[in-house]
Design a protein around this ligand. Structure first.
Ligand SMILES: *[C@@H]1O[C@H](CO)[C@@H](O)[C@H](O)[C@H]1NC(C)=O
Ligand SMILES: *[C@@H]1O[C@H](CO)[C@@H](O)[C@H](O)[C@H]1NC(C)=O
Length: 273
């Protein structure tokens, strides 16, 4: 079975769901609900629906607290090769996060000679992953999928500080999205035209790699995570802008950290490689 990322919302939440084999398409709509609070919150995800069972029974779940001194440097890891292009993007509020979806040809992440195509990016606030027990202001997930359906995520953590230049570029559209949400159109899509992804193509001097899961239901496993070591900054206003279009139970949309269960977190470090 190949995986599929889906989108939807609240009462009819769009979910990341398992889909048919060999489809490179990440869009799969589910009419199931989950949230980040109370009865439908993370502690109960696994029992909300049989297809969500991995959320409670899975042994390699995400996110994790990355204890830096316990990460194992692996000199066989390569720099993360990313070749993102200018691409048309659509700003999407799927009800549980705000993200950008790309057309097919937006660029690739190359890991072990495998090309993973960038499909979408989305933000969580506060961060889902932690470094040494510290939860940051926000986290960006760049979700890639290869031709066989395997998923690789590149993740960046943000602490409060200067505005993030990439979010600045789309801030007027975020405001428009918030207005749509206020008008009751929560599952809004706003075309934002051609976006220069150069801003995301910074050098990767350090990253942490481990095998985990999607951090939203159905919590599908065997996702290859790559958490960049450099923490970037985001302004308070930008965090608010990312939350504004979301409903109350989704404004804080970080799943709690999950048990390591003996997994090794590997470290790539350009300076010592
Ligand atoms: C983006 O979409 C517009 C309108 O559909 C199209 O004219 C343009 O060529 C597209 N640009 C790229 C880089 O795909
Ligand atoms: C993988 O991506 C690189 C860089 O964009 C490209 O040169 C190469 O042809 C791609 N390989 C495959 C098998 O698509």
């Amino acid at each position: 079975m190949a995986p599929q990322l889906s989108s939807s919302f609240i009462a009819l939440a769009l979910l990341l769901a398992v889909a048919s084999a060999n489809s490179g398409d990440l869009h799969e709509v589910s009419s199931l609900a989950f949230s980040y609070n109370g009865q439908y919150g993370p502690a109960n995800w696994g029992s909300l629906n049989p297809t969500f069972s991995a959320c409670s029974s899975g042994k390699v779940q995400s996110p994790l607290n990355i204890v830096k001194k316990e990460a194992v440097e692996n000199k066989n890891l390569a720099p993360l090769t990313r070749d993102y292009k200018r691409a048309n993007a659509t700003l999407v509020n799927n009800g549980f996060n705000i993200g950008l979806h790309f057309e097919e040809d937006c660029g690739v992440l190359i890991i072990n000679d495998k090309n993973y195509t960038l499909k979408q990016m989305h933000w969580h606030s506060p961060s889902e992953h932690q470094f040494d027990g510290v939860r940051y202001a926000a986290e960006l997930h760049l979700v890639h999928q290869d031709v066989s359906g395997s998923i690789a995520v590149v993740s960046m953590l943000y602490e409060l500080g200067d505005a993030d230049p990439f979010i600045s570029k789309i801030s007027d559209k975020l405001d428009a999205l918030a207005k749509e949400a206020c008008a009751g159109n929560e599952e809004a899509h706003i075309p934002i035209g051609v976006l220069d992804n150069k801003l995301l193509r910074k050098n990767t001097r350090k990253y942490y790699r481990y095998v985990g899961s999607l951090s939203t239901p159905p919590c599908r496993e065997n996702v290859l995570w790559n958490i960049l070591g450099k923490v970037r900054t985001i302004s308070k206003k930008q965090v608010e802008a990312l939350r504004a279009p979301l409903g109350d139970d989704y404004k804080q949309n970080a799943r709690p950290v999950q048990p390591l269960n003996g997994r090794k977190i590997e470290l790539y470090n350009e300076f010592t490689n």
